[in-house]
Design a protein. Structure first.
Length: 200
């Protein structure tokens, strides 16, 4: 079956393909196995999103938000800062407990952003399926929990990277714990914000 995409959907897909290819070449040249794999994950995600668009009806704004995450993720593992790669960049010392126990880092901001977007994606899918015939509190709760479920898969993938990739950029216990906290906060704020501005 031939897929027909809108102009905005094509533009988002083209933009995503362009930066993914560019960063993939960069990571291959630097033999960064971890981020070569992440480039593959982005390709998989967008293949899944675009081959199901006729059924999911995901709005272009959400597709653009997911694409932006992909770009931030690729930048996070490649651009150098005074703290190391961009993911290690310490944006502002809201809290500094020493070592990994630091808030706020670029990595944490991206985690919060990503799982806010994932929660909104699940919220879109759930509302399309259930409509207004079910408790919106329950629908919102499921969207947040589903987002956290996806974040758990991400942490598993990072654990696999720790076991298999030498000199990986995955942090330790505090890093993982803070990731989970920011994942939850991002998802919760996104869902609460949606219902605050979409009262229907």
């Amino acid at each position: 079956m031939t897929m027909h995409f809108s102009t905005s959907e094509k533009a988002i897909l083209g933009f995503t393909a362009l930066y993914t290819a560019a960063f993939a070449v960069f990571f291959i040249r630097h033999f960064n196995i971890e981020f070569i794999a992440y480039a593959g994950v982005i390709i998989f995600i967008f293949t899944l999103l675009y081959t199901t668009l006729d059924k999911t009806k995901i709005p272009a704004s959400l597709l653009a938000a997911i694409s932006l995450w992909g770009l931030l993720h690729m930048m996070g593992g490649s651009i150098q800062t005074a703290d190391g790669v961009l993911y290690a960049w310490k944006i502002y010392p809201f809290f500094d407990g020493g070592g990994e126990l630091y808030i706020l880092k670029f990595d944490q901001a991206v985690h919060g952003y990503l799982y806010a977007v994932v929660a909104l994606l699940f919220l879109h899918l759930l509302r399309n399926y259930f409509g207004n015939n079910h408790s919106q509190i329950l629908v919102g709760f499921i969207a947040v929990m589903a987002s956290l479920g996806v974040s758990a898969i991400n942490e598993i993938l990072e654990f696999v990277a720790v076991l298999t990739v030498p000199d990986n950029g995955v942090g330790g216990y505090f890093n993982t714990a803070l990731d989970i906290v920011f994942n939850f906060v991002g998802a919760l704020i996104a869902v609460l914000g949606f219902y605050l501005f979409h009262k229907r």
